[in-house]
Design a protein around this ligand. Structure first.
Ligand code: ATP
Length: 371
């Protein structure tokens, strides 16, 4: 496949045909990727897909079994981690418990024999950046998990790496703290202008923070794109299912005219949409996201230009900001629908379990993926 294009001219990290095997088992199976300078790039995928191994190869904790790996244009294969222009932030913080917060942050600068006065200034600035003004004399063990991760971040950033690698850095924190730190990490990344390569299995985290996301599956990159594209136009069934609620309607391409395809859903309707390279006759899935579906009465006039299929409401769950319905179509496909709780009147009118309804959507909100 074509390497995904970086947003800027010179790639910060460049991988060509990168593979990695452990004991004869290949866990990274040919990665071609350019990560742009100052990009917030996320590798997203389920446990075991090879994302940590890929990050560790960039860091220099592992070397590829095959392929090329360049950082800022320099071949780094064989170069030990400490000689690479990278730093890594781990989920476990990995702070030195017997050193103060300031000494932890100063560690790399001290080792490089940076003058003492400069160290003091840089450590202070970095602690302020991560919101730890005045915490320099404390011990890591006196701090909360969130604060310890801020120290780890400051300790990495103070070295001015060209690339900062982050391996599930928020994985040990509770949801609320994670959300706060997601926003802060993004702000800090913009401020320092350093390339961030971020590993997570949390799709919402990836969508929130990233300039681009690489969705990984079984050692390969299935889709590399910006968050909106990955969500709205997933490249494969796996990507559609991993990001958000999938709503995969089984279908077959009837005919293709240029870029457009006529598709018959197993649930009984035909519609026209972008062919995305799937040829006539082929089985596929039509994806519509839950918030893009509308419900109405069976047989009622739909808004002009919408497509729709009939189904039966299986369940209805109040979620606070929205109500989530599961609707079963003919052909047994379950579809999730999110109805915003805009006002109480609408909520009162929502159909309950067992009701027959019509699901509809605008044609531009349906997207085909290969089966
Ligand atoms: P997780 O989120 O669980 O870490 P991951 O997507 O980051 O998942 P990797 O940690 O890259 O996945 O692991 C991919 C596969 O490689 C796994 O099956 C793992 O057991 C295996 N693996 C990783 N490191 C080693 C190693 N040093 N020796 C042997 N096998 C390894």
């Amino acid at each position: 496949p074509e390497p995904a294009a970086p947003p800027s001219d010179r790639p910060s990290v460049c991988m060509r045909g990168v593979r990695k095997s452990f004991d004869g088992t290949e866990v990274v199976r040919g990665i071609d990727l350019d990560i742009g300078s100052a990009e917030f790039f996320t590798m997203l995928g389920p446990s075991g897909c090879g994302k940590t191994t890929t990050l560790r190869m960039i860091a220099g904790f592992e070397d590829p079994s095959a392929g090329e790996l360049l950082i800022d244009g320099d071949d780094v294969v064989g170069l030990p981690a400490y000689k690479r222009p990278t730093n890594t932030v781990f989920q476990s913080y990995a702070l030195f418990p017997n050193l103060t917060v300031a000494e932890n942050v100063a560690f790399g600068l001290k080792r490089r024999k940076v003058p003492r006065t400069e160290i003091a200034v840089r450590v202070k600035a970095e602690l302020a950046r991560v919101g730890l003004d005045g915490a320099g004399d404390r011990r890591p063990t006196e701090l909360s998990g969130g604060m310890q991760q801020r120290v780890a971040l400051a300790r990495a950033l103070v070295n001015l790496p060209r690339v900062l690698l982050l391996d599930e850095p928020l994985g040990a924190l509770d949801l609320k703290l994670r959300k706060t730190l997601q926003v802060e990490l993004k702000r800090i990344q913009r401020e320092v202008g350093i390339t961030f390569v971020y590993v997570t299995h949390d799709q919402e985290e990836a969508l929130t923070m990233s300039d681009r996301i690489a969705v990984m599956h079984q050692g390969r990159l299935e889709h590399v794109a910006d968050p909106v594209t990955v969500y709205e136009r997933p490249a494969t069934t796996f990507v559609a299912g991993f990001i958000g609620v999938s709503n995969l309607m089984p279908a077959q391409v009837v005919s293709v005219h240029g870029e457009r395809a006529r598709v018959r859903l197993d649930a009984g309707v035909e519609l026209e949409t972008d062919a995305v390279g799937i040829p006539a006759g082929e089985r596929c899935h039509a994806v519509v996201r839950p918030e893009k579906l509308a419900i109405g009465a069976v047989g009622a006039d739909r808004a002009a230009g919408t497509a729709g299929v009939d189904g039966v409401v299986e369940s209805s769950v109040f979620l606070g900001t929205a109500t989530q319905l599961v609707v079963r179509l003919a052909g047994e496909t379950p579809m999730t629908v999110l109805v915003p709780n805009a006002d109480e009147a609408t909520r009162g009118e929502l159909p309950g379990g067992g009701a027959s309804i019509c699901l509809s959507w605008r044609p531009e909100h349906v997207h085909l993926v290969r089966e």
